[in-house]
Write a protein that binds this ligand. Structure first.
Ligand code: F6R
Length: 243
């Protein structure tokens, strides 16, 4: 795994966007895997700036998102569908038909998972962007999820709900379940860009790089990927042994 330690979040975001921009220039029908949460927002801002500057186009891009809360309507401000439109899609020329986000409608969940998985299986993601949960989750694959999992419903850990309550009025509003791409699906992407910033991710980054491979810490599988880039800021790198 290639590791970059950026001075700060701005530099982290620039490095990650520059990798994506370079690959987009080489392949205009690239398939991009997006993540939500706070971490990739700066990367998305840099991608929007490159699009505005005429450097890249999303016209032929296909996207897959990692996950979605179950039970929040698409128009809910905290749904990941809403987040992606606000943070990226509304600002670029991506074709709405090429956007794939797992659907969190509890009424048709199994059918929607099947459709999403079929789509995923007939495409190979060129670059998957990932954040890391403080408990080591990737997408919403919480500790204990099988490394061979595909898209599935997951009960969110209480720690994850606590971490994410900052986006809601209070904890009772944070959904208890989500639908998530599986770990096997994530590992099938050709390239992974893993991002972590801030002191609250320092333990997770240490565990990822220095801990053992175990389903109890889902991000530990990422070291097995042949083309993974980890970009962290100095705070997230602060507990590493040889820094
Ligand atoms: C989001 C996702 C999650 C987040 C992780 C970190 O689509 O899959 O794994 O990447 O929870 O979230 P932030 O970036 O908010 O710290």
């Amino acid at each position: 795994m290639k590791v970059y330690i950026a001075k700060n979040y701005d530099e982290l975001s620039k490095i990650s966007a520059s990798i994506i921009i370079e690959d987009m220039k080489a392949k205009n029908d690239i398939i991009l895997g997006f993540a939500t949460g706070s971490t990739p927002i700066g990367t998305y801002q840099n991608l929007i700036a490159a699009y505005d500057a005429g450097e890249i186009s999303f016209k032929n891009v296909t996207s897959f998102n990692l996950d979605e809360y179950i039970g929040l309507p698409r128009a809910h401000e905290q749904s990941y569908n809403y987040f992606m439109h606000e943070q990226l899609f509304n600002h670029i020329n991506i074709d709405e038909n090429n956007i794939n986000i797992p659907c969190g409608d509890p009424a048709n969940i199994e059918e929607n998972i099947k459709k999403y998985q079929e789509k995923l299986d007939s495409n190979v993601i060129d670059i998957q962007i990932l954040g890391i949960g403080s408990n080591g989750h990737i997408a919403f694959n919480e500790p204990g999820t099988s490394f061979s999992s595909n898209t599935h419903v997951i009960r969110l850990d209480e720690g994850t709900r606590q971490d994410n309550k900052r986006f809601f009025n209070d904890i009772s509003e944070v959904p208890k379940e989500a639908v998530t791409m599986g770990i096997k699906d994530i590992m099938s992407a050709k390239k992974l860009i893993i991002l972590a910033n801030g002191k609250n991710k320092a333990n997770a980054v240490k565990e990822l790089l220095e801990g053992e491979k175990t389903e109890a810490f889902p991000a530990s599988i990422l070291l097995d990927h042949e083309n993974a880039v980890l970009i962290v800021d100095e705070d997230a790198a602060s507990l590493l042994e040889d820094i």
